[in-house]
Ligand binder design. Sequence first.
Ligand code: ATP
Ligand code: MG
Length: 268
Amino acid sequence: MHKYRARAGQHASGAQDVTTLTLEKVSKRFGGVIAAEDVNLRATSGRVTGIIGPNGAGKTTLVNLITGMTTLSSGGIRLDGLDLSRSSADAVGRAGVARTFQNIRLQTDASVLDNVMIGFQRLETSSVIADLLGLPSSRRETARTRNNARSLLEEFGMSRYAQHPAGSLAYGHQRRVEMMRAFAAKPRVLLLDEPVAGMNDVEAEELGALFRDLADSGVAVVVIEHNMRFITSISDYLYVLDRGRIIAEGEPREVLTSSCVIEAYLGN
Ligand SMILES: Nc1ncnc2c1ncn2[C@@H]1O[C@H](COP(=O)(O)OP(=O)(O)OP(=O)(O)O)[C@@H](O)[C@H]1O
Ligand SMILES: [Mg+2]
């Protein structure tokens, strides 16, 4: 994972290497539904931050709000000194926040390699026009991107699928492609919405180790998951959401044994 170091430390403040995503009193209403209410949350580089909660608790809504795909009703979102509260999805991406989707979104007819290359495009410097004209600088960049994408495939143990259409892969492998595409953008913050859903324990464990490596390399990793055992094993800090509110937070093992959390799950 060392080849894919985060951009942490390269931002304006320069002096510090810590990246912190902060949500302050974040609320979101959809008509009469309160999907998020006064949510305060922090995710820091070097850590895996877990979010759990019953179905409909508002977990995906938080990811949509952070990534500018849904607008806030109130509250604020910051990435270090940068206010992302009203930023477009593109601007949030450029700031170094990447995500994966609960429902996998891939170019299903395109090859696995092409799908991963899409993730690198954010880092490319050549203009689209240079690309269309097939200028040498652009061709060189494409070759470099292809090599980088191949390295990433190798790291994920996916090289043998490079030329397969993404849509033809088994579910767990499609999830990996989506993750590679997100990793490729060298994010400072990576939001993973149920990344191991549908995977067996061995696959989940492998990916859990990868998330850990990524956090160790300086990324703020946020993982949403239903599987309590998995989230306990990989998170440094855990938030529990229920009906749009944070009902507990802290060290995972302690949080999961608290009575309000047990109640939220049994009550559902
Ligand atoms: N675009 C939308 N329009 C209207 N209501 C929405 C929208 N998105 C989410 N909701 C509602 O907001 C609430 C939270 O949904 P959300 O998808 O964030 O939950 P979740 O915790 O991710 O659930 P799951 O575990 O099922 O993925 C639900 O009541 C949902 O129906
Ligand atoms: Mg969800």
